[in-house]
Design a protein around this ligand. Structure first.
Ligand code: PEP
Length: 271
């Protein structure tokens, strides 16, 4: 796997993290609808350089969408994956099935944790399985409203990061994307403020530094997710520890998603 950085190209020996916007379509869009949506936005998205873009349609649309993404710079991701390669796991999808199709896989999304009982331990197995098969994990973490109100956010998110990354080789860390998604902000229209998101994203980076090294922590890309729109993406992207967005609802509208990517580029080019 190559490491996703833009060289500053200005004699500065440092590297800039390549911003990454992923669209999580969740359980929306039939195959035909998926193709229509991609068709509406692919030319504009493909014309944008300097932001990594990943579309995560439902499993059944992956193959058809892949056809439309071929020869473009837009990547494809799955929304989930089981950690075993094959076997008696009815209804599950394995890394072997995804590895030739997908660049990324979202793992540990709060909807998986809440509705399907996914634990940090299971998420960790899935992250390891994805890495083993050269699929880049987007590992999602985030607290619920009760945890935030009880001031448990730091302890909870830190544990999710520590347990989700347990036993992962330092060489793989820069290829993992971490997504901070406060559950109370997902699909509610109540996004976090830039400052709130920055505080937790900085903590996530600090946790990676404690687990590995500061140098490797500086290479990890951290997304914010939770009611991201074309109106608020600039506030998030202006934060030093936020490198992109995991976008749900707004990724289902071509104009909105294109605007989110365009604004991401504008802000990140000034960082
Ligand atoms: C998500 O799906 O991860 C998400 C953050 O959804 P939304 O943007 O709709 O809040």
């Amino acid at each position: 796997m190559t490491t996703p950085f833009i060289n500053r190209g200005n004699g500065n020996s440092g590297f800039k993290r390549l911003p990454i916007i992923a669209g999580n379509w969740k359980m929306n869009k039939t195959v035909d609808e998926s193709l229509l949506l991609v068709d509406e936005m692919i030319d504009d998205l493909d014309a944008i350089e300097g932001v990594e873009i990943v579309l995560c349609p439902p499993f059944v649309a992956l193959y058809s969408v892949l056809d439309l993404l071929e020869d473009t710079g837009v990547g494809l991701g799955a929304q989930n994956m089981y950690h075993q390669n094959s076997g008696a796991y009815t209804g599950e999808i394995s890394p072997l099935m995804l590895r030739e199709i997908c660049d990324y896989v979202i793992l540990g999304h709060s909807e998986r944790r809440t509705y399907f009982g996914e634990t940090n331990e299971l998420v960790n197995l899935k992250v390891k399985a994805a890495l083993k098969h050269d699929i880049r994990p987007i590992m999602a973490v985030g607290e619920n409203l009760a945890q935030r109100q009880a001031e448990e956010t730091s302890a909870f998110v830190t544990a999710q990061v520590r347990e989700g990354l347990a036993g992962i080789d330092i060489a793989d860390i820069p290829t993992i994307v971490l997504a901070y998604e406060p559950i109370w902000a997902i699909g509610t229209g109540l996004a976090a403020t830039g400052a709130m998101a920055q505080e937790v994203c900085a903590l996530i980076r600090q946790t990676v530094a404690e687990l590995y090294t500061q140098e490797v922590a500086e290479q990890v890309r951290i997304q914010y997710g939770g009611s991201v729109t074309a109106k608020n993406i600039e506030e998030f992207m202006s934060q030093p520890d936020i490198d992109g967005g995991l976008v749900g609802g707004a990724s289902l509208n071509a104009d909105d998603f294109i605007q989110i990517v365009v604004k991401t580029l504008e802000v990140s080019s000034k960082k």
